[in-house]
Design a protein around this ligand. Sequence first.
Ligand SMILES: Nc1ncnc2c1ncn2[C@@H]1O[C@H](COP(=O)(O)OP(=O)(O)O)[C@@H](O)[C@H]1O
Ligand SMILES: [Mg+2]
Length: 356
Amino acid sequence: MARIEKVNDITSGIGPVHEPQPLQARDGAAISMHGLTKRFGGMTAVDHIDLEIKKGELFGLLGANGAGKSTIIKMLTTMLKPTAGEARVWGHDVAKERNEVRSSIGVVFQDPAVDSMLTGRENLDFHGRMYGMDGPLRQKRINEVLELVDLTEKADIKMKDYSGGMQRRLEIARGLMHYPHVLFLDEPTLGLDAQTRRYIWQYIRNMNKEKGVTIILTTHYMEEADALCDHVAIIDRGKIVALDTPSNLKDMIGSDTVSLEVQSGAEALMLCLRSFPWIKSTVAANGILELMVDHAQSRIPEIMQEANKCGATITSVGLHKPTLEDVFLKYTGRKIRETGGAASLMGAMMMHRRRG
Ligand SMILES: Nc1ncnc2c1ncn2[C@@H]1O[C@H](COP(=O)(O)OP(=O)(O)O)[C@@H](O)[C@H]1O
Ligand SMILES: [Mg+2]
């Protein structure tokens, strides 16, 4: 029953939903926060957040577990009252205009909130009724949102028989049922395998780029924030520590790193390479030569040629491009729990070299 209460809560006090006019103004902020703060007893979970998110954006809040991401989402979706500060969603104050805020938004919470004994279609229908959508509009919209997340063929199966990925997709469809301007997705791919995550990214992108829904998502997956978001705010201990596009954030870290495992001739190679102006620095340690290079992938052939010329034997070559993981480390002094990305790229290059 707790699950149904959650839906009741977010929908209470909302007037009937009608099909929206196709063109909506795209200027102005979808969301703004000023000094937004949440304390639980003596503990500050969200600490004076100032942030503006534009209409039409796909915006990411990236942070480790416990950073305060869900608490921000809960305040913006009127589920939690701010301790201090204020926030507006689609122009409405989250504390004083809760019903208006709720009519403007769709939410997929971190914890599942569907009735697993109902079919996908029944869950959507229930949600549509809660929002006061009439029968014909519900039918039309159910078919549209099912199509959006590729679940038309599974619509009449009970949700207890859905996979984790299908369940998340249905929850996203449900979040879209009542034509929200803004969709909040709290850790939309938490616990899903890499392939399912990529499918879900595609649905999220489509909703944003093709359907024009403003999307705010939280994640602790670096590559998810990198692959999906127009702008990313890195949240650490309730504060924003960095905010920009993923590519600007990565550019702040600097050049790429090329690592050469050198069997012999390392000294000579280092001297040769130092004469190239595009090599920013060289460091040698334990048989590994590390070079800082801009646009390194296009320089690797030249580096290999130079190694041949000066008689050095290279047994492997690795390339590390700055990732959001590096950005996170720079701003928080810690690593987020994450593997893949740069490590796998380096592994792939090393294998390639060994095979070659
Ligand atoms: N209802 C609550 N009561 C007390 N502490 C809470 C409550 N909700 C969250 N917290 C604490 O606030 C901090 C931020 O939590 P949360 O927003 O869930 O982080 P995230 O979603 O980034 O993992 C954590 O330390 C968490 O334990
Ligand atoms: Mg959370």
